[in-house]
Design a protein around this ligand. Structure first.
Ligand code: UFG
Length: 360
């Protein structure tokens, strides 16, 4: 990097955002972060508890603003205060199940948030963007491992996934209209794990949680039993298969994407961020039990609506072009998550953290 670039990170107090900021700071970037605490925890003075810990891990400073992307004026004021070189846009609501119950909330939050951000970026002459997309844009796969050339937008099984797909389309359109845009969309597979310090991790505050926090909640005794959705898929053990990727690998993928944008003009590019390995729910549970020495009682119930049976990445394009490859094993994902869970049995929440979260 020729100079210290300033990265504007939206949704930076969240799970993936906070881990990514550790990697950005370590790579020499400066960060200006916004979050509306809709799915992250704030402390007594309106600070982000996770980002205070990021500062402790890195020994660097994080400039933070509580800001909702639907508030365009607030966004504009922040851009007016800082010289922003590039943007990583994490801020979105992301629960598959919740999106089916509250489609308008999802369309409004995710699409208008993105539109406001793009307009403000244009207004301030900032055209470099890394966007958090998802492998859910592929819908039910026609072939595996899935490559970036797989069709998108067909048979997407949930509203959340559609918001990601619509945004990808928007991004492609604006790059056609204005060649100044330099955008990479990263299609994440299933992030797991935590920073190895155990200081930051995933702390879902909504009732719609992903698999790893639920396994861990059972292991620590906060939940009696894990419910496995579907035991009759056409997979070796009958349970669904996903490509689980360590959140620190996902974080380094963002730094690789940002480095690429700084180095050369991409116009609009899309990359899978996965490991290329398919792992079943039962394999994940067994691995977690083995490496943490815990027992996870489970029951297998019927399939969850909207679930895809098998999904895993071909991640060779990112390896070739971004010079990025996932490094961490499934075992490390489990060990690191468990360290975070045992060091923080109640996540980021203590008596002094105030909760303002919920639907907006
Ligand atoms: N699962 C269970 N029991 C649970 C929760 C999940 O068996 O209580 C299973 C699911 O059926 C699935 C696997 O665990 O087979 C992973 O489920 P998650 O809910 O953790 O993740 P999803 O694959 O459904 O969704 C995740 C992200 C989305 C993203 C999607 C892309 O949450 O944001 O991956 O595939 F879009």
């Amino acid at each position: 990097m020729s100079h210290l670039s300033t990265v504007f990170v939206t949704g930076g107090a969240g799970y993936i955002g906070s881990h990514c900021i550790v990697e950005l700071l370590s790579a020499g970037y400066e960060v200006v972060v916004v979050d509306n605490f809709v799915n992250s925890v704030n402390g007594p003075d309106g600070e982000s508890v996770a980002l205070k810990r990021v500062e402790a891990i890195t020994g660097k400073t994080v400039t933070f603003y509580e800001c909702d992307l639907l508030d365009k004026t607030a966004l504009e004021n922040i851009f007016a205060k800082h010289k922003i070189d590039c943007v990583i846009h994490f801020a979105a609501i992301k629960s598959v199940g919740e999106s089916m119950e509250y489609p308008l909330l999802y369309y409004k939050n995710n699409l208008i948030g993105m539109l406001n951000l793009l307009e403000i970026m244009e207004q301030f002459g900032c055209f470099q963007l890394v966007f958090s997309s998802s492998c859910t844009v592929y819908g039910e796969p026609n072939f595996l491992p899935i490559t970036e050339t797989h069709s998108v937008g067909h048979n997407i099984t949930n509203v959340y996934g559609k918001t990601k797909y619509f945004i990808e389309e928007m991004l492609e359109d604006i790059t056609h209209a204005n060649k100044k845009w330099n955008i990479i969309a990263l299609r994440y597979f299933n992030p797991l794990g935590a920073h190895p310090s155990g200081l930051i991790g995933e702390d879902p505050i909504k009732p719609f949680a992903n698999i790893m926090p639920l396994i861990s909640q059972v292991a620590i005794g906060h939940l009696p039993i894990l419910t496995i959705f579907g035991g009759d898929y056409s997979t070796p053990d009958g349970t669904g298969i996903r490509d689980y990727i360590h959140v620190m690998d996902l974080a380094s993928g963002h730094v690789a994407a940002l480095n690429m944008l700084q180095k050369s003009h991409q116009n609009y590019k899309v990359y899978n961020l996965g490991t290329g390995q398919g792992v079943s729910v039962l394999q994940l549970v067994k691995t977690f039990e083995r490496v943490t020495g815990t027992a996870i009682p489970y029951k297998i119930v019927e399939r969850r609506e909207g679930d895809i049976s098998v999904m895993y990445a071909n991640a060779e394009l990112a390896e070739r072009e971004l010079e990025w490859k996932s490094k961490h094993s499934l075992e490390e994902m489990c060990v690191d998550f468990w360290r975070w869970q045992t060091m923080n049995p109640d996540g980021y929440r203590t008596k002094s953290t105030k909760m303002t979260n919920g639907h907006r």
